[in-house]
Ligand binder design. Structure first.
Ligand code: BES
Ligand code: MN
Ligand code: ZN
Length: 495
């Protein structure tokens, strides 16, 4: 989809040619007299009480006089917060979503904040996204072009192009996450990463089973053993900073299908375990966007990828393996495989002398119970990192919530047969998983995002969300100090 930013206001937007026009009206908006047919229309609708400016409320008009677009939707945005913009855009896009809407204009009639413009771009993309890859007669996305209008486009340029880059990243993440496991094997994921390396500033190296064995990643290899599909260890690099600058390392869980292994999962909803590589997909998405945004930082992406299958050669409950760190692990439950592939990647990350390491994983059902689909679970070994991630989440509306890492939570991981067990009891399952990972992440500031509840939706709207690409990008761009300077909206222009 093609996005364009344009300077438009309540007068000039009336002449803008499109299949549909969405006008975002905030509660404080006063159209003013003599400002043309659209201002007149809003005036009358407000006066009559037919236009409610609460976020998500719509008034639809067909062929109003003096307006170029045949379909006009007046959409309330309340005070115009990012969340309200999202509500309004989702509702309005659903209302005009027909095959004949190819060109859409979405216009803020009052001055908009950067967060509002970004929210509009991201939710427009989200509302019109369609997965087509494995359909024989793909009905693609009808919407081809979206013009976003703001009264003064100039100062919004940086934030707008970053939002469009973020959409590219989110859509790449959705694409790979949505593909069924037979269309997204570890080998195919590695190929996708290699294709990213064609973009400026990005390099990719893929380690094969022999190299992984040589590194001593016994924990990762134990998970991969049960599958005919060979494992891959993907190393992506984005170099936008100076050589001496310590990189941020992102580690994405890349289980392309999780049956549970010998500790096999029940049949209902097992298909959703094709999404168990959403962490990996989010790392691919971030790199896609970095190539566009070009921040002055260094980033490394690590993706351990394999299937978790039951087989004659599969790892068995009670088996003890040696991780790359040298720590031995008793695998009491083969379904707790995410932490087993991540721990070796966390050890591998040490060689980059990172500024921080963030792992992203659909790690525990317990996190879904704790936080649902609204916020991702966030764990961090330093308060600085926790605060930066929390803030990035709020700013991008890709929310997370910090959970604790008290050492007492690690008690249940003790075993008589190895240095550590891969599971504790059922209580606090998201936290005990994080405590397991923390043992392998003591050489650098570390954070862990458990995205089990936020990475995809179930039910009728089953599909990947692309989270937490927006959060991670916001965090990285803030690190580079390259966020577009925040321009406070002028008081007079706010009305
Ligand atoms: N990939 C799953 C986590 C998961 C489950 C995410 C359901 C989203 C929905 C992970 O590999 C897993 O199976 N975790 C187990 C851990 C348990 C055996 C300690 C879980 O959460 O049940
Ligand atoms: Mn599992
Ligand atoms: Zn899993």
């Amino acid at each position: 989809m093609n996005f364009e930013l344009k300077s438009l206001n309540v007068s000039s937007v009336a002449g803008e040619k499109s299949d549909a026009l969405v006008v975002l009206v905030n509660t404080a908006f006063k159209p003013g007299a003599g400002r043309g047919p659209l201002a007149e229309l809003i005036n009358q609708a407000l006066k009559a009480g037919d236009l409610d400016t609460k976020a998500g409320k719509l008034l639809q008009v067909y062929r109003p006089a003096g307006i170029s677009s045949p379909r006009v939707v007046l959409a309330g945005i309340g005070e115009g917060t990012a969340r309200q913009i999202r509500q309004a855009v989702m509702a309005a896009t659903a209302a005009v979503k027909t095959v004949s809407t190819k060109r859409l204009v979405v216009c803020f009639v009052s001055s908009a904040t950067e967060e509002a413009v970004r929210a509009a771009v991201l939710s427009l993309a989200d509302a019109s996204y369609v997965y087509t890859t494995t359909k024989s007669r793909p009905e693609g996305r009808a919407l081809q072009k979206v013009v976003v209008g703001v009264p003064d486009a100039g100062p919004m340029k940086t934030c707008f192009s970053q939002a469009v880059a973020c959409v590219q990243g989110i859509e790449l993440a959705k694409e790979w996450a949505n593909r069924p496991a037979n269309h997204a094997t570890p080998t195919m994921l590695a190929q996708a990463a290699k294709e990213l390396a064609r973009l400026p500033g990005i390099a990719c190296e893929v380690l094969l089973p022999k190299q992984v064995e040589k590194l001593g990643m016994g924990s990762f290899m134990a998970v991969a053993k049960g599958s005919e599909e060979p494992l891959r260890f993907i190393v992506l690099r984005y170099n936008g900073g100076t050589k001496s600058e310590a990189p941020t390392v992102l580690v994405g869980k890349g289980i392309t299908f999780d049956t549970g292994g010998i500790s096999i999962k029940p049949a209902p909803e097992m298909d959703e375990m094709k999404f168990d590589m959403c962490g990996a997909a989010s790392v691919l998405g971030v790199f896609r966007a970095l190539a566009d945004i070009k921040p002055k930082i260094n980033v490394v992406g690590l993706i351990p990828s394999c299937e978790n299958m039951p087989d004659g050669r599969a790892v068995k409950p009670g088996d003890v393996v040696t991780s790359m760190s040298g720590q031995t692990i008793e695998i009491l439950n083969t379904d707790a495989e995410g932490r087993l592939i991540l721990c070796d990647a966390l050890t591998y990350a040490e060689r980059f002398k990172p500024h921080a390491v963030i792992d992203i994983a659909t790690l525990t059902g317990a996190c879904v119970i704790a936080l649902g689909a609204v916020r991702s679970g966030m764990f961090a070994s330093t308060d600085t990192l926790a605060q930066a991630l929390q803030a990035a989440g709020e700013k991008s509306q890709d929310l997370c919530w910090r959970l604790p890492l008290d050492d007492d939570y690690a008690e249940g991981l003790k075993t008589n047969f190895a240095d550590v067990a891969n599971v504790a009891g059922r209580a606090g399952g998201a936290i005990t998983a994080a405590k397991f990972l923390q043992r392998f992440a003591d050489k650098y500031p570390w954070a862990h995002l458990d995205i089990a509840g936020t990475a995809w939706k179930s039910g009728a709207s089953k599909g990947a969300t692309g989270r937490p690409v927006a959060l991670l990008l916001e965090y990285l761009v803030a690190q580079s100090g390259q966020t577009a300077p925040l321009k406070p909206a002028k008081k007079a222009a706010r009305a």
